[in-house]
Design a protein around this ligand. Structure first.
Ligand code: GLA
Length: 740
């Protein structure tokens, strides 16, 4: 049994041979964390690990006791994982162990996305009930350990079994107390067009905060963080990763106290969340995933990748290769009609594209971004035969048809807003702040969700649609729910997200054959919550190959390659005006859900030939890239950041693809090599390079090399003397490895 309960020592041990978590009932009756780390032997007593610097736990305040669910105002002066206001205004909770249950499998979280099992034998779940006798509040901590992953899923349900209402003011999905402070914190930060850049800094006494208060997980910060040892690298050292399966406001923080112990928290952001629990009512937190690795950041990421790809994403598209697509946004913006779109689709089809995606501008009177959101009715000026007519013409070319929507928004200039001004979020008597000239619909209201479901069901049901890009292009202001009483206004942001999940669930269920891609001004809602509905996300509006190296590298810390929408676009790049070779743009976008975002009609014969070759190359390697292991080799965030390298390798290590990129050309670079990973040391591989711009380079690399050599001495990128083969800025090389 991977969850072991020892009644004598009042200890639980969750173990799967990859990691161990030990909890125990402390002398005070509260639930203590004893251990999280590399696997420990089962059937042993670990109670002595509960020790802090002082002996005993009763009648003392301020001790660095490791609590599973710390609460405020009772002598633990660190930040709480659960805080409430009782009806009398007090905050004290004395949560003591009541009972527990151990079961195989993993229960779903009602209304919330979560990881799952396909077979109950894949996981075991421990639920521990903690009770505050005075108020009657019960908190159930739910921990699932997966058989095949070094990961633990955790959520908490709070139930009011008392007789007066209780207001939850803080509820964290994960709270980890770690005995020593010798760690560095890795988090992902960014902006529009610069999402998820890696920031790594030592922990120092006090508090580091990563959060969103924008109503979504945000472009700026991500609901993910990792603790690593200063010596931890991609392939060595300890790493603890935390990811929140949630798409709204979040808080992640690390607090280092006077004993140098660390409390790490991740959950709903208490600054924008409160929830009133009437007697008998319950509230469940989103799920947090904790991953542990003893062999570096790479293994931590691989655990997230595999878990999210196979047991968070779901539906028909989960295990399927993603179609090579063309999206018309950067090719046409709002300026299109049926003929122009069909011309794009036709050329793209001839080059090997498998899906055409119609982006923004097909509905209402949407000639610019200042109107018509909410009016999900086709604009017959542009598309006289409707979505049905266009989709039929596109699919008759033998490729799929996809469409862009932005359901959660409404333009002030729209029939929807004119008919239902009260559906847009705002505080009565105050102006609403517009952003991109749009307002946010109150997704917490059932009638709004019902309207959107009916409107979108009509569009998606009217034509052979096999792909939907679901956008969300503004953050929240003046958060107020007209349907909520004053004391429940603190629930608004979370109710919005629950309504969003409800709409997603209904549409995904109604159209199981549709591949959904989430989007929020690029990667502004790229989080584990979204992956449960949309197995891929538009990684960034920035399609420049050099910018994408950093964005895709950072994103890969927590998310699989198959989830990262990545497109080749025209130059000068529309976001940064950089000129990069077409081959380089493809070599970066290959490591994702690959596609094009340009007007192929405008391309000359040479470019078209290159694109056709790129698509052919990608189709050959798609399985290895989207279904294999993704391993980071050389970071654009380290050193001078000029070189980046990563690779994908099949589970059986028979095939691999290495991407290597150089930003700027430098004189006298010397021989460069990169050490590969994940190969079989005893196997010999045939190495080929792409593109074959230089025959010598091709010949040199069409050699046979041992897996041991490639992982220890490395793959030589340019071989010094042949540096001329890769001169110039913004260069890329792809190496294909095939086991002999
Ligand atoms: C957002 C998306 C883009 C595009 C536009 C359309 O910015 O991120 O990809 O769909 O909206 O308005």
């Amino acid at each position: 049994m991977p969850v072991e309960w020892q009644p004598q020592s009042q200890q639980w041990h969750l173990y799967n041979g990859r990691l161990s978590v030990v909890l125990a009932v402390l002398e005070s009756g509260s639930l203590g964390q004893l251990y999280l780390g590399p696997p420990l032997e089962p059937d042993r007593d670990y109670r002595h690990l509960a020790r802090g610097p002082f002996a005993g736990y009763a009648n003392r305040v301020g001790e660095p006791i490791r609590f599973e669910l710390p609460t405020p105002d009772s002598g633990d002066y660190r930040l709480p994982a659960l805080a409430v206001r009782h009806a009398d205004g007090s905050q004290v909770l004395d949560l003591r162990y009541g009972t527990h249950r151990i079961a195989t499998g993993k229960p779903p979280l009602a209304g919330l996305p979560s990881t799952y099992t396909e077979d109950a034998a894949e996981a075991d779940t421990l639920e521990i009930d903690l009770v505050d006798a005075v108020s009657g509040l019960m908190a159930t901590v739910r921990l699932t350990i997966f058989r095949d992953h070094a990961a633990i899923a955790r959520s908490v349900t709070v139930r009011n079994d008392g007789s007066t209402p209780v207001r939850i003011t803080t509820l964290m999905s994960a709270s980890l107390d770690i005995l020593d402070g010798g760690w560095e914190l890795i988090s992902l930060h960014g902006a529009w067009s610069r999402e998820r850049h890696v920031v790594r800094a030592p922990l120092i006494p006090g508090r580091r905060v990563i959060e969103s208060l924008r109503g979504s997980s945000s472009l700026e910060q991500s609901p993910f963080l990792a603790l690593v040892r200063p010596s931890t690298t991609e392939d060595a050292g300890e790493a603890i990763g935390l990811s929140l399966v949630y798409s709204g406001d979040f808080l992640a923080d690390a607090q280092v106290d006077q004993f140098s112990t660390v409390r790490l928290r991740l959950g709903l952001n208490p600054d924008s969340f409160q929830w009133v629990l009437e007697p008998g009512a319950a509230f469940t937190s989103p799920e947090a995933i904790t991953v542990h690795s003893t062999v570096g950041l790479g293994a931590m990421s691989e655990t997230f990748h595999r878990l999210f790809r196979t047991r968070l994403a779901r539906g028909e598209w989960r295990d399927r290769s993603r179609p090579v697509l063309i999206n018309n946004w950067e090719g046409t913006y709002f300026d299109f009609d049926e003929e122009r779109l069909v011309a794009i689709a036709t050329v793209a089809r001839d080059l090997g594209v498998e899906l055409f995606v119609l982006d923004d501008g097909w509905f209402g009177r949407r000639d610019s971004d200042d109107r018509s959101l909410g009016d999900w009715v086709v604009d017959t000026r542009k598309l006289p035969n409707g979505i049905t007519g266009l989709a039929q013409r596109v699919t008759s070319l033998g490729i799929g048809f996809g469409i862009w929507i932005e359901p959660e928004m409404v333009s002030a200039d729209s029939d929807l807003f004119r008919g239902h001004p009260d559906w847009a979020i705002g505080v009565p008597g105050r102006p609403r702040t517009e952003s991109r000239q749009q307002l946010v619909l109150d997704m917490g209201r059932a009638e709004v969700v019902d309207y959107l479901y009916a409107a979108l069901e009509a569009v998606l049901g009217s034509a052979p649609v096999s792909y939907v890009k679901w956008d969300m292009n503004r953050t929240m202001t003046e958060t107020y729910g007209l349907a909520l009483p004053p004391e429940r206004q603190g629930e608004m942001r979370h109710r919005y997200i629950l309504g969003l999940y409800e709409l997603y669930s209904r549409l995904v269920e109604r159209f199981p054959h549709i591949l959904f891609e989430s989007c929020s001004s690029g990667g502004g809602r790229f989080d584990a919550g979204m992956l449960a509905y949309a197995p891929q996300a538009w990684t960034s509006d920035d399609t420049d190959a050099m910018e994408r190296l950093r964005i895709q590298w950072g994103t890969s810390l927590a998310f699989p390659v198959s989830s990262m929408g990545a497109h080749v676009s025209a130059v000068p790049n529309h976001q940064v005006a950089r000129m990069t070779p077409l081959a380089t743009r493809a070599a970066v976008a290959f490591f994702g859900a690959f596609g094009y975002e340009l007007d192929p009609v405008a391309m000359g014969p040479d470019e078209r030939a290159q694109v056709a070759a790129q698509i052919a190359w990608f189709k050959t390697h798609r399985e290895t890239i989207q279904g294999g292991r993704f391993l980071r080799l050389q970071s654009p965030f380290e050193g001078d950041g000029n070189d980046t390298a990563w690779m994908c390798v099949t589970d059986d290590a028979r095939h691999a693809v290495v991407g290597w990129y150089r930003e700027l050309s430098r004189p006298v670079p010397g021989p460069r090599s990169v050490r590969l990973r994940g190969l079989d040391p005893a196997t010999r591989y045939r190495v080929r390079v792409w593109p074959d711009v230089d025959d010598t380079l091709v010949r040199r690399n069409a050699l046979v090399r041992g897996g041991d050599e490639l992982m220890s001495a490395g793959l030589f990128l340019d071989d010094g003397a042949r540096e001329s083969a890769i001169r110039g800025d913004f260069q890329a090389r792809l190496f294909e490895l095939e086991a002999i």
